[in-house]
Design a protein around this ligand. Structure first.
Ligand code: UT7
Length: 333
């Protein structure tokens, strides 16, 4: 049997720190409201002319490759998750592939929103387990600060999101004791419009992008925060338990849970539901906000840097987001 193993992790966040107080310049909000409802203290915003979605992904990937002791040409495939690509098409994976001079190597761009990284990891894992590829670069990268409405009208979403990128190198192994044990993926399109950006949609009369569409707010993020919150706290638990029971484990076997950084209240709820201590759950939303597809690889990279991923540990990744999507990965480190 062939398995895949994460052999390198990396991340990049822009230098530009935007505090909750900074947001009060643009909208009616307060540090107290944001911290109490979300746990977020600050986030990073990209700097035009310095950062792009793919440049951040490239920086994260270079770090992951270096830590894996590999060069870009040792990689067989890129799987790149983002909902905020540099171009409408082609996807940002092409731009990163060009930057890393991996000419001819296949790239796969996916969306899947906040579950994007776990979906991407699962895709790469299947390629490796099937024997088709021996190595993969799995990336999540987002520039959301240019999408969000920073006026008071957009404050229920604007305060949450941030920019950043994270990456993981996957390599083939024959040792199941140091591998990805399973991935579980789910989606429910009945809730597509509970968290979405409508434009630029193609199924419409006339041109895809007009001044009217911008004025109508179709380019802004719409979120039914309450519905997202309620589903998230249920689905996180379900998909973690699904991963555990598929592998014959229970929540007390988890050494470290790395949840998508949606809201500290969601993470705390899931932590208590699983009977885990604060030490067993990674939270960095305080510093980076919700970076959508980038949040898990950034958190996992930080966990590695802090020495929290120990040989043989049982690590669980879990995500929930727009779509709705939800997903988990169980890893024997
Ligand atoms: O990654 C997955 C995607 N996202 C999530 O998982 C997020 C899930 N949802 C949430 O975390 C929460 O719904 C939020 C943190 C986004 C919002 O918290 P909430 O308790 O659901 O607030 P709300 O939207 O129900 O608004 C409560 C009040 C409203 O005022 P009134 O109508 O009660 O007077 C809002 O206008 O808070 C107001 N409000 C704000 N006030 C100050 C909304 N946003 C803000 C803000 N600052 N930024």
């Amino acid at each position: 049997m062939i398995y895949s193993r994460i052999t390198g992790l990396g991340y990049y966040v822009p230098d530009n720190v935007v505090t909750n107080n900074d947001l009060t310049k643009w909208m009616e909000t307060s540090d107290e409201w944001i911290q109490e409802r979300t746990g977020i203290k600050e986030r990073r915003y990209f700097e035009h002319g310095k950062d792009t979605n793919y440049s951040m992904a490239t920086a994260a990937s270079r770090q992951a490759l270096e830590r894996a002791g590999l060069s870009p040409n040792d990689i067989d495939v890129i799987v790149y998750a983002t909902i905020t690509p540099d171009y409408f098409f082609p996807g940002s994976a092409f731009l990163m592939q060009r930057e890393l001079q991996m000419d001819g190597k296949p790239v796969i761009d996916i969306r899947e929103q906040c579950s994007g990284f776990v979906y991407a990891l699962s895709i790469a894992d299947q390629f490796i387990k099937s024997g088709m590829y021996k190595s993969a670069l799995v990336v999540g990268s987002e520039i959301q600060s240019s999408w969000i409405d920073k006026s008071t009208a957009g404050r229920n979403t604007a305060v949450i999101f941030g920019d950043g990128a994270g990456a993981a190198v996957l390599q083939t192994t024959k040792d199941p004791g140091h591998s990805i044990l399973s991935t579980h993926l789910h989606a429910d399109g009945r809730f597509a419009e509970d968290l979405y950006v409508k434009e630029p949609g193609s199924s419409r009369p006339g041109r895809t992008a007009t001044k009217e569409m911008i004025e109508e707010g179709g380019f802004n993020v719409y979120m039914n925060g309450n519905a997202v919150f309620k589903h998230a706290i249920v689905k996180f638990g379900e998909v973690i338990n699904e991963a555990l029971s598929a592998n014959g484990y229970q929540s007390s076997d988890i050494n470290l849970l790395v949840p998508h950084q949606a809201n500290i209240r969601i993470s705390d709820y899931v932590r208590q539901q699983m009977g885990l201590s604060e030490d067993q759950v990674i939270n960095n939303i305080q510093r980076f906000g919700n970076t959508t597809a980038a949040s898990i690889p950034i958190a996992l990279s930080e966990a590695w840097e802090m020495g929290k991923l120990k040989d043989g540990d049982l690590i669980c990744l879990a995500a929930f987001g727009s779509g709705f999507t939800w997903a988990s990965a169980l890893i024997r480190w």
